[in-house]
Design a protein around this ligand. Structure first.
Ligand SMILES: *[C@@H]1O[C@H](CO)[C@@H](O)[C@H](O)[C@H]1NC(C)=O
Ligand SMILES: *[C@@H]1O[C@H](CO)[C@@H](O)[C@H](O)[C@H]1NC(C)=O
Ligand SMILES: *[C@@H]1O[C@H](CO)[C@@H](O)[C@H](O)[C@H]1NC(C)=O
Ligand SMILES: *[C@@H]1O[C@H](CO)[C@@H](O)[C@H](O)[C@H]1NC(C)=O
Ligand SMILES: CC(=O)N[C@H]1CO[C@H](CO)[C@@H](O)[C@@H]1O
Length: 817
């Protein structure tokens, strides 16, 4: 009622103050004012002048002043307006802290009146402070296994204001796991608590972010927040779990030991050591365990040894993972080993027919082979083959068996040992192959006869060989072996000149050396035809023949043999006649000699060795003809004695001599007439008997001679013209020289005429024989004309004696027809 009413706004405040001041004044007798805190300096707290009953201008006059009690002067007096004003900002919280009523007492002294007035000023609160947390962030750790309902105290906020301006409530940011619980304590403080509504899972959400807001009830309302960071602490609540329930891996069998096969991993969502997993084999075959290695910490499985598909191709094992809390997880590992072509095919000879006979038919089984490759699939499929150049081939039998058979005839003599290589190759990539060698012997059969290197043989042996001398050697070769090649030699039985051949020649059955069992005589046997058989010892034996001509070689083993004049066997001697009228060159006689040898050995030459009258006769060197060298004279002795030597050309030469007695007389009668001369010269003993005999023989001889000549003459007529024989009438001297010119002549003569005359007398002492020659001159082979014995005439004379010297004279005439 007393409050001034200047302005509407002011009037209201004044009215209120007044009302209150009036209240207090009446109640306590004191002046009371109320002032809100935090007003600006000069804020009118109350109209002091009015309350003191003074005029506003009179305050100074009355000496009105504030009497302080040592405190900072919060208030001051405005003398002009007579009002109490604030001297500065007034902070209720500073003055009164948390007291609900904040009163400031001041005293005002009115000097001139001497009066002291107490003034009580209430400072009223305004919401000038927000609730405040001690920290802006809060860390809260909660174990994940904490049970729902568990409470966790939260920090309180502080608001210095009082009343509604102080802290009124808390709020939590929306969250489905946590809730806020506020408990009001006895002193009215509110304690916020965090309540776990639902179980936590670190593995799901390891942290939660919450915001707690504290607010007061002022107007405007003030609030502050704190960020709550909830960390969920781990517990080992998870077992390790493998990524796959089953691991499958394929591995080649030839991987080296230490090869990584796979890595099993088990995840444990737990944290730290709770999530640390170690791996172990849980179930593994004892045999397998050394093959594989498991790294405990990494779960890496490696091979520890080399694998073998052929040994085992599949492995199954269980692996467990364990964390520190002994929680387990398990998985299976299936390892399949894949085949690699790492095995060579194996070839086994199950049976071998060795040796094989060379006469086996094509298709003969030689061996059974078994091939085997432990690899699988193509790596284990095997093909077998042999080189084409051998007479063998492989035939497939059942299963993995092969037959090695021949497809050609074998010939041991060409190839006796085969080195058969059998190749087995699998179909892998790259293929592996095996080669074996079979040494096959070809057994011999007796399919080859012994063979001589030449179709026929000629051998030469000098005559007069020693008995038992080896002549020649034949060798037959038999390409077969052993018994089938053991050659024995034999001679085919034959006869030679009536005697079995085996008496001449023998053969060493083992060596094939031929031996002479006899000493050969060229003059008897010149050649032998032999057949040598070589036969092997096979069963049945085979043989072959070869002919062998054995030629006997001549040696100069025969001295020339003088055929005419011949030494009579009974001691008589022949006399040649040389008519006194003979011209020089007159053919007195011819020395005929043969040599049974051949060639040079029978090539004869004639020489006059000795003559009683040298110069009277000459001898043809090759012809042997004795001719007069000059005309005969009367003084030449009736009886001439010549020694003629016949020599062959052999080495060394052999020779023979003959003594000729030539009677230089015209006819036999002269000779007979002069017989005494002969007798005296021929028969030194003077034996009359001998002389008579000689005479008798001479007579008889002459008669026969005449007969012979007549016979010749008759014969000549019927002879061929080429037969040049001309009988000279009368006597021995008529024998033409041409008949004795040489061997050729003899030959020619011989060829043309052939007679058989044999005349003998029974005189005992004298006989004339005309045998046909059975041998020819040694230079020439006897041919067509030969027959029986030579016609020979023996004219035997008595032995005559020359003067003093006793010379046996013999003359033989041979006539060849
Ligand atoms: C397991 O593997 C780790 C890492 O590779 C290695 O250091 C350790 O030596 C291995 N352990 C065995 C037993 O091999
Ligand atoms: C067979 O021939 C092979 C080579 O071709 C050789 O190595 C092996 O020694 C021979 N075997 C015989 C028994 O000769
Ligand atoms: C060898 O000669 C003998 C006798 O002449 C005969 O029996 C045989 O058959 C001949 N052998 C051969 C192989 O010619
Ligand atoms: C012997 O012959 C010669 C003439 O040749 C002759 O002169 C002589 O008279 C004959 N008689 C005797 C007895 O010698
Ligand atoms: C400012 C104010 O209102 N002052 C008043 C105080 O009271 C006296 C009388 O009692 C008035 O005259 C003033 O005007």
């Amino acid at each position: 009622m007393a409050a001034p009413n200047n302005s509407r706004e002011r009037s209201e405040v004044v009215l209120l103050c007044f009302f209150l001041g009036t209240l207090w004044e009446t109640g306590t007798g004191q002046i009371r004012y109320s002032v809100p805190e935090e007003t600006d300096k000069g804020y009118i707290v109350g109209n002091i002048s009015k309350d003191l009953g003074l005029k506003s201008q009179e305050l100074a006059e009355h000496g009105v002043r504030i009497v302080s009690r040592g405190k900072t002067q919060l208030f001051a007096l405005n003398a002009k307006s007579g009002s109490l004003i604030t001297a500065g900002r007034v902070d209720r919280e500073e003055l009164c802290a948390q007291s609900v009523l904040c009163l400031v007492n001041i005293n005002i002294l009115v000097e001139d009146r001497g009066k002291l007035f107490g003034i009580e000023i209430e400072v009223t609160d305004i919401n000038d402070n927000a609730p405040k947390f001690q920290a802006e962030n809060l860390e809260v750790k909660i174990n994940e296994i904490a049970a729902p309902g568990t409470r966790f105290p939260l920090p309180e906020a502080v608001d210095p204001d009082v009343g509604v301006n102080s802290l009124q409530s808390y709020q939590l940011s929306p969250n489905h796991r946590f809730s806020l619980n506020m408990q009001t304590g006895d002193d009215g403080t509110i304690n916020p608590e965090l309540v776990l509504e639902r179980a936590l899972d670190r593995e799901e959400e390891a942290a939660h972010h919450l915001v707690l807001t504290a607010s007061d009830g002022g107007d405007p309302r003030r609030s502050s927040t704190v960020r709550i960071h909830v960390t969920v602490l781990d517990t080992n609540d998870n077992a390790p779990v493998f990524a796959q329930p089953v691991y499958r891996v394929k591995v080649l069998e030839n991987v080296p030991p230490g090869t990584r096969l796979l890595t099993v991993t088990a995840a444990d969502p737990d944290e730290g050591t709770n999530g640390k997993v170690t791996y172990k084999f849980r179930k593994i075959n004892e045999k397998q365990s050394p093959l594989f290695q498991l790294n405990e910490s990494t779960g890496e499985i490696t091979t520890a040894k080399s694998l073998d598909y052929e040994d085992r191709s599949f492995y199954e094992m269980e692996i467990q993972a364990e964390d520190l809390g002994a929680l387990l997880g398990r998985t299976k590992v299936l390892i399949s080993v894949e085949d690699v072509n790492d095995n060579r095919p194996e070839v086994i000879i199950t049976s071998l027919f060795n040796p094989v006979l060379e006469n086996s038919l094509p298709g003969a089984v030689i061996a059974f082979l078994n091939v085997h490759d432990p690899d699988s699939g193509k790596n284990g499929q095997v093909v077998c083959y042999t080189p084409d150049n051998l007479p063998f081939k492989l035939e497939k039998a059942i299963d993995n068996y092969y037959r090695l058979v021949t497809w050609k005839y074998l010939d041991r003599e060409k190839v006796s040992l085969y080195n058969i290589s059998v190749m087995a190759s699998d179909l892998g990539a790259p293929p592996l192959s095996t080669e074996i060698h079979i040494a096959l012997h070809v057994a011999d059969t007796n399919d080859n006869p012994p063979a001589f290197p030449h179709a026929s043989y000629s051998a030469y042996i000098p005559e007069n060989n020693p008995r038992g001398a080896s002549i020649f050697s034949v060798t037959a070769h038999d390409p077969d072996s052993e018994e089938n090649a053991r050659v024995t030699y034999s001679l085919t039985e034959d006869t030679l000149q009536g005697a079995p051949l085996s008496s001449y020649i023998s053969i060493n059955s083992d060596t094939g050396v031929l031996y002479a069992l006899q000493s050969f005589d060229y003059e008897q046997i010149r050649d032998l035809q032999l057949q040598v058989t070589a036969s092997d010892s096979g069963d049945p034996p085979l043989s072959s023949n070869v002919s062998l001509s054995l030629f006997v070689l001549d040696q100069n083993d025969n001295a020339p043999k003088i055929l005419y004049p011949a030494f009579p066997t009974d001691g008589s001697t022949g006399v040649e006649l040389a008519p006194r009228s003979a011209e020089p060159g007159y053919l007195v006689t011819k020395v005929v000699a043969v040599d049974h040898d051949a060639g040079q050995n029978a090539w004869l030459s004639y020489h006059l060795l000795k003559a009683s009258d040298p110069g009277l006769f000459a001898v043809g060197v090759h012809t042997g003809e004795v001719r007069t060298a000059r005309a005969l004279q009367d003084r030449d002795a009736l009886k001439q004695s010549l020694v003629v030597a016949v020599q062959d050309q052999g080495q060394p030469p052999l020779s023979a001599t003959v003594t000729l007695t030539v009677a230089v007389a015209d006819s036999i009668t002269d000779v007979l007439a002069n017989l005494s001369t002969f007798e005296s010269s021929a028969n030194a003993d003077g034996s009359g008997l001998t002389l008579y005999l000689v005479v008798a023989v001479a007579v008889v001889s002459c008669v026969f001679l005449a007969f012979v000549i007549v016979l010749f003459a008759l014969r000549l007529r019927s002879c061929h013209r080429s037969c040049l024989f001309q009988a000279a009438g009368g006597g021995l001297a008529g024998v033409p020289a041409s008949h004795f010119v040489g061997i050729d002549g003899v030959q020619a003569f011989k060829q043309t005429c052939s007679h058989e005359v044999s005349l003998t007398t029974d005189s005992g002492k004298s006989h004339v024989i005309f045998p046909q020659p059975n041998y020819a001159d040694t230079l020439i082979i006897q041919e067509s004309c030969e027959k029986k014995d030579p016609i020979s005439t023996f004219i035997d004379f008595h032995e005559c004696k020359d003067e003093g010297a006793s010379v046996q004279v013999s003359s033989v005439l041979y006539f060849y027809f």
